[in-house]
Design a binder for this molecule. Structure first.
Ligand SMILES: [Mg+2]
Length: 285
């Protein structure tokens, strides 16, 4: 019931045993432009007892500061250093592993800025674009045929291909919207080549960036997708929790050969005392 969702959250002993929480944004904290019912109260409960939180998102469209503004607008307290975006993880990967080179970037201004800050020369909207040495792809809502053509030409000529994620879709109130993975698949189909690097969850770069913000301690990684959030946490050696407010249904998780440590119907139910007695925070492994 909505009334129960907004009640103060009393953390369960299981939740209290963790020091840090990695919280996925889409499908866990919010869906589209609406906060998940009760999620703000769950976050308040974590903060009230001094737990540290990092928000992690595979959405390549916005800056950490833009996510903080959205979090506050939807009723969540947050600071920019608590948000690890796939764009920030991409910038770190490129600056550490790539020499400066000509880059064609499909994505928002925020993503282009991350690539430029990593030392790459942006050749978007120039005659060099189809001859770029590096193609970076992050989904955005104005993706078009000309971008796909340029990316396919550059990669066919030997450019390295870096995708922010393989997330095929992301949840929105009217149903799934195509994510970076759907667009990346078009470039891969057009070139017969797989991406050279993927940055976002479930790849390790995101978890390394998040852990660097948290320091030592027990971490619980919470998200709404088995293939992204749970698989990524498991690969990073972290306990995982699946919430059912986004892309996944419970039977998928329970049938999985690698189930999450916990399953909760929502963030609140996952973390709250009530969950222990209702078996929604049950060990499934
Ligand atoms: Mg999600």
């Amino acid at each position: 019931m909505a009334g129960d969702d907004n009640a103060p959250v009393r953390l369960s002993p299981t939740a209290l045993a963790y020091d840090h929480f990695l919280l996925d944004l889409d499908g866990c904290v919010w869906i589209g432009d609406e906060g998940v019912p009760g999620a703000a109260e769950a976050l308040n409960a974590l903060r009230a007892v001094g737990k540290r939180v990092v928000f992690v998102t595979n959405d390549p469209r916005h800056t950490a500061e833009q996510y903080v503004i959205k979090l506050w607008r939807l009723g969540f307290q947050a600071a920019a250093e608590e948000v690890v975006t796939v764009g920030a993880a991409l910038e770190r990967l490129l600056s550490e592993s790539f020499r400066p080179r000509n880059a064609f970037v499909i994505g928002t201004r925020a993503l282009v800025d991350h690539v430029a800050l990593a030392g790459m020369r942006i050749v978007n909207a120039t005659s060099l674009a189809p001859h770029a040495d590096l193609v970076v792809l992050g989904g955005h809502e104005r993706f078009d045929y000309a971008e796909l053509r340029t990316a396919i030409q550059a990669v066919s000529r030997g450019a390295q291909l870096v995708g922010t994620t393989r997330d095929a879709t992301f949840p929105m109130p009217d149903g799934p919207w195509p994510g970076t993975g759907s667009l990346l698949a078009a470039v891969e189909a057009g070139t017969g080549r797989q991406a050279d690097y993927i940055v976002g969850k479930p790849e390790p770069a995101m978890y390394e960036a998040a852990r660097a913000r948290l320091g030592p301690g027990r971490v619980l990684a919470v998200g709404d997708r088995m293939d992204i959030d749970v698989a990524g946490a498991q690969a990073a050696g972290l306990d995982s929790a699946l919430v059912l407010t986004g892309a996944c249904i419970e039977s998928d998780a329970r049938r999985s050969a690698s189930p999450p440590t916990y399953i909760g119907s929502s963030l609140t139910h996952l973390l709250s005392a009530a969950a222990d007695t209702q078996s929604t925070l049950g060990e499934v492994a």
